[in-house]
Design a protein around this ligand. Sequence first.
Ligand SMILES: Nc1ncnc2c1ncn2[C@@H]1O[C@H](COP(=O)(O)OP(=O)(O)OP(=O)(O)O)[C@@H](O)[C@H]1O
Ligand SMILES: Nc1nc2c(c(=O)[nH]1)N=C(CO)CN2
Length: 166
Amino acid sequence: MRVVLALGSNLGRRMDNLQGALDALFDAPGLTFVAVSPVYETDPVGGPDQGPYLNAVVVAESMLDARTLLERAQGVENAFGRVRLVRNGPRTLDVDLIMVDGIVSDDPELTLPHPRAHERAFVLVPWSRADPDATIPGRGAVADLLAGLDQTGVRPREDLSLEPPA
Ligand SMILES: Nc1ncnc2c1ncn2[C@@H]1O[C@H](COP(=O)(O)OP(=O)(O)OP(=O)(O)O)[C@@H](O)[C@H]1O
Ligand SMILES: Nc1nc2c(c(=O)[nH]1)N=C(CO)CN2
């Protein structure tokens, strides 16, 4: 199954956190790397006053079911010291499941596609670079969604790039 994951970090060594997460996600069987987006510096959306994020999007082929994939993502977040003090608060690492094939689920534990992805330029901009033909089930083409979004809070960091997982 084709899966799309969003990576974000705005605490600590942000770039090390993103690269470490990328390596860790693929360090176990079940996931095959397809593509990673460029890295973007992004203004925090929602939540308390906090520092800017680095965001990126990863595309992969998964043999894992969606729940197992979520558990792997959360395991990697925990390995990078993710503490949840306040909703949408700053974090060393966030790994969100944006899409798992065409699965549509409103299960609060795992809502797919991610319920806020279609309105987040910090997800759609990198995603459109990793997969120009991306579409969100029930929401349409990422390129079309982007046309209606303010992208000023999302800035490419040409000086940074994520290496494909080791
Ligand atoms: N598509 C999804 N990807 C990741 N977590 C999800 C998803 N759908 C539901 N969840 C649930 O959301 C809970 C809270 O996740 P988290 O604290 O990372 O939210 P957040 O990333 O801060 O906010 P947002 O969900 O707006 O991105 C997790 O415990 C998880 O079970
Ligand atoms: N710029 C930016 N803002 C956010 C982000 C994020 O990754 N980047 N993640 C959030 C919760 O998932 C809330 N706000």
